[in-house]
Design a protein around this ligand. Sequence first.
Ligand code: ATP
Ligand code: MG
Length: 331
Amino acid sequence: MSAAAYSPDLSVVTTLAPKARPGFVQTRSVEAITSRALSYLRAGFSIHFRGPAGTGKTTLALHAAALLNRPTVMITGDEDMMTSTLVGTQHGYNYRKVVDRFIHTVTKLEESADKCWADHRLTTACREGYTLIYDEFTRSRPEANNVLLSVLEEGLLVLPAQNQDEPYIKVHPNFRVIFTSNPQEYAGVHEAQDALGDRIITIDVGHADSDLEVSVAAARSGLSPAAVAPIVALVREFRETGEYDQTPTLRTTIMICRMMAQEGFQPSVDDPHFVQLCLDILGSKSTFTGKMDNKRAQQRKMLLSLLEHHCPSMAAATASEELATQADRNA
Ligand SMILES: Nc1ncnc2c1ncn2[C@@H]1O[C@H](COP(=O)(O)OP(=O)(O)OP(=O)(O)O)[C@@H](O)[C@H]1O
Ligand SMILES: [Mg+2]
């Protein structure tokens, strides 16, 4: 999916061209979820990818939109979102002046000023039958999203009274919305409205399986699957401990792998730069105040022991490989 730049002119809505993202990884689990999503979209429903941070919801939404092959507009929910941000608003005046000198002796002057209306992204998408990706829609207040109820049920977008010429528009049959939301974690997230949830099909997205994480981390860093596998295992085990304030996600794994690729770090406790990188990235998932030095030290110890386990010292790794080979020979 390639994006054109955002235009500050309110009357211009910039669309995204539906194109597969470079580095998009297709595994069986991704294929299965995409094919469910597409069948719902093709049947005329709007859909909702719901799940914790970093599970690939936005990536899936962009991919599903690319497969629908319609121009796509994207908005991200936030606390300040208002219905007018979605729909459109009055935007200045059209000023008109006519001087009529048809009869030489008489000058007729006519002046008028009409209010101008500028469509915003939802209105443009409804008119033209575009795909709308509404990322993190539960960050917007439910009142702002109410306008979507009649769009999804009756196929009518009701425009505000300011737009006197056109009280509503009929929604184009190709219009679809792909919502994403993260119901956990963030402060400032509103409960998804029941009325809206009732009109869309929700697909729960969980953390990727290990194979998908290895494929994505390799594709995004340029390292081999074998090189990224220990990092994937390290971050997954750290995630299972629950000893953090912010969940370590696939994004965390990608960060470590990209830094390793750029700096040429070895995934081993022998490489102090690599160890520091992991402590920086994984250690920052917990917040400690000044009085919690003890807890900070405990967490550092736990991270170092996870590192020793998944990214052992080269000498130890070679010795254990030799032992395994010897055991195979003896067997
Ligand atoms: N199938 C995939 N192929 C390639 N990269 C992927 C894939 N799935 C996820 N990723 C990568 O994993 C990271 C997290 O994905 P994404 O941003 O879609 O998650 P999210 O669920 O939307 O997270 P958040 O809730 O924080 O917005 C991104 O860097 C994304 O590029
Ligand atoms: Mg996202």
